[in-house]
Design a binder for this molecule. Structure first.
Ligand SMILES: Nc1ncnc2c1ncn2[C@@H]1O[C@H](COP(=O)(O)OP(=O)(O)OP(=O)(O)O)[C@@H](O)[C@H]1O
Ligand SMILES: Nc1nc2c(ncn2[C@@H]2O[C@H](COP(=O)(O)OP(=O)(O)O)[C@@H](O)[C@H]2O)c(=O)[nH]1
Length: 226
């Protein structure tokens, strides 16, 4: 069996974490775990942590560290035998330290996208809530306006992508992310990608991961030539 590969992708809201994570999962076969999606599943299922988290998310606040780590770390343990990519966690230094006590990371991808670009993207982001599919009315619009391509169900906009919550969210992100970025820099696993376009960032991310992810060992050896 090939070695387990563990990666984290970081970046402000709208920086393309979800979009790039999907490409990584598809290209390299890593399991993609998004903290936001996981929280929304917990909210929908009305778990204890979900009910608690909802009160913070609605106000555009981060969910407290102890709630996040209690939710995420057991989930990581469940998938410990697969290679994974974490998106949206860790968000704070305390979360990064908690994750660090649980496992070692191979790579941390940090997306660095200008503030104005983020604002522009998020106000055009629409989601299919049941699947988590993400659209952008300009970058990747659905085939039919307002409807999910696969199911035809209506798309919605996250409360926290609406302009009122947005600016505060972006500002807060910066303050909280800095110590996390410094932490991973000091561990020598941080790789930063700066651009305004996901399509420009992706080839660099792809070649980095291609150089680090061991090719899977074929389970069936080819038969020798006769
Ligand atoms: N690691 C985390 N720590 C604390 N709160 C979190 C964490 N991950 C998600 N959340 C909460 O869930 C909300 C939704 O998360 P999600 O990652 O989907 O969206 P986001 O923060 O708007 O970022 P993005 O747009 O980058 O995906 C966040 O605004 C925050 O309140
Ligand atoms: N215009 C434009 N939009 C993009 C680009 N990359 C992603 N998006 C869109 O921007 C929004 C935020 O991207 P997402 O992957 O959800 O970012 P996340 O918040 O970091 O997970 C989504 O609506 C994406 O479809 C890009 O290069 N250009």
């Amino acid at each position: 069996m090939s070695r387990i590969f563990r990666a984290v992708i970081m970046g402000p809201p709208g920086s393309g974490k979800g979009t790039i994570s999907e490409r990584i999962a598809h290209t390299f076969g890593l399991q993609h775990l998004s903290s936001g999606d996981f929280l929304r599943e917990n909210i929908a299922a009305r778990t204890e942590a979900g009910v608690l988290a909802k009160t913070y998310i609605e106000k555009g606040l981060l969910v407290p560290d102890h709630v996040m780590t209690r939710l995420l770390l057991p989930r990581l343990e469940e998938i410990a035998r697969s290679s994974w990519l974490l998106d949206g966690f860790p968000r704070t230094l305390a979360q990064a330290q908690a994750l660090n006590s649980a496992c070692d990371l191979d790579v941390v991808i940090s997306l660095n996208v200008p503030f104005e670009t983020l604002k522009e993207r998020l106000t055009h982001r629409w989601i299919h809530p049941a699947s988590g599919r993400v659209y952008n009315m300009i970058f990747n619009p659905p085939h039919v306006k307002g409807l999910d391509d696969i199911t035809g169900e209506p798309l919605i906009q996250h409360e926290d992508d609406k302009p009122e919550a947005l600016v505060a969210r972006l500002r807060h992100y910066k303050d909280v992310a800095k110590p996390v970025i410094d932490f991973y820099k000091s561990k020598g696993v941080l790789h930063t990608f700066s651009d305004t376009d996901t399509d420009h960032i992706w080839p660099h991310v792809s070649s980095l991961l291609g150089s680090k992810i061991p090719a899977p060992t074929p389970s069936v050896q080819p038969s020798p030539p006769h």
